[in-house]
Write a protein of this length. Structure first.
Length: 337
């Protein structure tokens, strides 16, 4: 395995820049003659960046567009508009299968039971990227590389001869991580990688990811809905609502002084271990349901559920505004004077 210096990067510089990213899906009706009846704006004008050696957490309710955003960044979904700049190169128009970025960006999927082919041995699962990209020169180098990858994620090399059904959920996710590391990427996108695991196993997998980041200089885009997990692993956090990012802040700032009403509502739903503190803290309960992405509200998309909505919120859509200290928020209440 290589380190950060091997790829000529400097820790802290921007590795990934996403600018005004939109992913829209056309809804059609009809059997013989298809006609468009609507547009699902799953992601609508999202902008953020990920620095080298950093973990950016992407959080929000189910259906807000987190996974669609990650798939679009990896070019697994067609991009309607916007730019994805990776390692200084615009990859938006590159071929999704043969683009030069393909080896440098990898993904760890949510379901460790569904992301591994049950008919393949672990050796072939981890080694498939090496074979496809013709990384190893001979069979001995191939086996040594797989053994090293298994050791990297805390598994024994002789486990390479087993099938996925012989492993626990946590072990399967370690295998998925080893597969993602096979091509020595600089960015790993984690799509809720621990949500299908027991709590005790979640901690083990998160610790593996953090150790690998420290050792290899990896950057993570970490998609999750569990704020406790995101707080533990992320350096900065972006909050999504209905296809838009409403707030970006460092972990400490977001949890100590959330600015957007939606962020405050999310944090108030996180349970606190101390019963006295739990009884005393203020709870913010959101009313109503999440609007349809086919018919989003006019103005601010959060205003129908916002307890602090003003008349301007119903008329104008607040842009994601940069504040002092690198924070950004899309709310009229937090705009600088």
């Amino acid at each position: 395995m290589t380190d950060l210096a091997t790829h000529g990067g400097t820790r802290g510089e921007e590795l990934l820049q996403v600018r005004d990213l939109s992913v829209h899906f056309h809804v059609t009706k009809g059997v013989l003659v298809k006609r468009q009846v609507g547009v699902v704006k799953a992601v609508d004008g999202v902008s953020f960046s990920v620095r080298r050696g950093e973990t950016l957490g992407l959080v929000g309710e189910s259906g807000c567009g987190k996974t669609t955003t990650s798939f679009a960044v990896l070019r697994m979904l067609p991009i309607t508009s916007g730019q994805v700049v990776f390692e200084g190169e615009d990859i938006t128009q590159q071929d999704r299968t043969t683009g030069r970025f393909r080896r440098r960006m990898q993904m760890v999927y949510q379901d460790p039971y569904g992301s591994l082919d049950p008919r393949m041995k672990v050796r072939d699962i981890i080694g498939e990227p090496l074979a496809v990209h013709r990384i190893t020169a001979n069979r001995t180098e191939y086996r040594d590389r797989i053994a090293a990858l298994l050791k990297t994620v805390g598994l024994l090399p002789d486990m390479a001869e087993r099938y996925p059904h012989e492993f626990s959920g946590g072990q399967r996710q370690r295998i998925a991580i080893a597969r993602a590391l096979a091509l020595e990427p600089s960015l790993v996108i984690c799509d809720e990688p621990v949500s299908a695991l027991d709590v005790s196993i979640q901690a083990q997998v998160i610790n593996v990811l953090m150790e690998l980041q420290e050792r290899l200089g990896l950057s993570y885009l970490f998609v999750a809905h569990d704020l406790a997990v995101v707080r533990h692993i992320s350096h900065r956090i972006a909050v999504m609502y209905l296809g838009r990012i409403v707030e970006i802040a460092s972990r400490e700032e977001l949890f100590s002084t959330p600015l957007h009403p939606y962020t405050r509502a999310l944090l108030s739903a996180v349970p606190v271990a101390d019963p006295e503190a739990e009884a005393q803290r203020e709870r913010q309960v959101l009313l109503g349901e999440v609007p349809s992405v086919m018919r989003p509200p006019t103005g601010c998309r959060f205003h129908p559920r916002c307890p602090q909505a003003m008349p301007i919120c119903r008329e104008q859509d607040p842009a994601l505004t940069q504040l002092d200290g690198g924070r950004a928020v899309a709310c009229f209440l937090s705009r600088p004077a």
